[in-house]
Design a protein around this ligand. Structure first.
Ligand code: PLP
Length: 397
């Protein structure tokens, strides 16, 4: 069987850094993915928030292949139209001033930290480079972003870690005020902690953080790698928090399935990032930018209203399922906490057996469906989840 062959070969040769599900995906269309032997799956993961238009959206695939036939790469020594077009559209939609293109979320966050430190260096000189992040955050897997990630579990094996990072509990403005000192240059946060369990920040707290950053001239870096590009029902989650960040990072859903990261900066931060301060061989690649432009083509106000309507339908359905204690999240970024004794990992495995792909985050089941899902897709997923949960009894504790 093809699946067995692929899995065995992968296990033999690919470094075992991932706990993969024991299934092979060979092709897909919309919300549906198919295995080599014809297995069919309803995908509520979108490749962890990446396939915003689902699998192989026609307009997206055509835009990407048209660009691949025209010009696939040039390096950043030359100008290309897809890159400048994407940058202009991102600035217009977010109110930010300029964009740096990277290739992943972690890389975008690295760029954000560099830009914040450069702003601070130019204005205040050396020694003001500290970045405060939140406990339970996730910012990536490179050494600096791993250090920025406020989860102790990530801070082992790979030290020495970067200096200049400190962590405070989300929601506690007093602790943040105390943590800021003369060496602090930035605060970095996710508005909905994704990997940390799909936990939205309190809007009042976010405004307090903004005010503190204004008072101390700190750069507020908002990591919208997961929440951005329509995921929460607005183009940026910042819009729902009425927040204008100094730096915002995007990645996952931006390319519709191709690797891209973006650092969006305000005019004052942009001023310090001149030639030679940052770079990337692949950043702004025309094929990848063509894919991202196809995603932006789709994400008009009408589309985002549809995302919000579908999110409300999904959330209401989840809240009615058996054994559900709480539904958290924003838009199509949802976490489900079950009653004690029901493990999200068991629910995930049972859903997979029935052809529904879902995720977990910490103790929660996590849903990140493609933004193009329909009412029918939601009903299908809820029926499967209902069957799975009806068949479960909380384990003896
Ligand atoms: C996924 C994620 C990252 C890391 O993105 P990569 O593309 O895996 O490097 C960073 N921040 C947040 C909030 C994420 O969800």
């Amino acid at each position: 069987m093809e699946s067995e062959k692929v899995i065995a070969r992968d296990n033999d040769y690919v470094l075992h850094t991932y706990n993969r599900n024991p299934i092979v995906l060979a092709k897909g269309h919309g919300l549906h993915a198919y295995g080599p032997e014809g297995q069919s799956y309803l995908d509520f993961t979108s490749g962890i928030g990446v396939n915003s238009l689902g699998y192989c959206d026609l307009a997206w695939a055509e835009a990407v292949s048209r660009q691949a036939h025209k010009l696939q790469h040039t390096s950043n020594l030359y100008y290309t139209a897809p890159c400048s077009k994407l940058a202009k559209r991102l600035c217009r939609r977010t109110g930010m001033s300029k964009v740096f293109f990277a290739n992943s979320g972690a890389e975008a966050n690295e760029g954000a930290i560099k830009a914040a430190r450069k702003y601070s260096f130019d204005r205040y000189g050396d020694g003001r480079a500290g970045v405060i992040t939140l406990v339970n955050s996730f910012h990536g897997r490179t050494l600096a972003t791993l250090t920025a990630t406020g989860q102790a579990g990530f801070h082992q094996y790979f030290g020495p870690f970067n200096e200049g990072f400190a962590y405070v509990e989300a929601g506690d403005i007093d602790r943040l005020e105390k943590a800021v000192d003369s060496r602090t240059c930035a605060v970095m946060l996710e508005l909905v902690q994704g990997e940390g369990g799909v936990v939205p920040l309190d809007p009042v707290y976010v405004q307090q953080v903004r005010a503190l950053c204004d008072e101390k001239d700190l750069c507020l870096i908002v990591d919208e790698v997961q929440t951005g590009v329509g995921r929460t029902g607005t183009f940026l989650a910042c819009e729902q928090y009425n927040l204008q960040p100094d730096i915002v990072t995007l990645a996952k859903g931006l390319g519709g399935g191709l690797p891209i990261g973006a650092v969006l900066v305000s005019a004052k931060v942009a001023a310090g990032m001149g030639p030679g301060t940052h770079g990337s061989t692949f950043g702004g690649n025309p094929v990848v930018c063509a894919g991202a432009n196809a995603v932006l083509d789709r994400l008009d106000d009408n589309f985002l209203a549809g995302v919000r309507a579908h999110a409300a339908q999904l959330r209401a359905g989840l809240e009615k399922l058996p054994h559900v204690a709480e539904v958290s999240g924003l838009g199509l970024m949802l976490g489900v906490q079950f009653e004690e004794g029901i493990a999200a990992a068991d629910v995930l495995a049972a859903c997979r057996e029935r052809g529904l792909l879902v995720l977990t985050a910490k103790t929660r089941l996590r849903l990140l469906p493609p933004l193009v899902l329909t009412a029918h897709d939601i009903e299908r997923a809820l029926v499967i989840l209902d069957e799975v949960l009806c068949g479960m009894t909380p384990a003896q504790i």
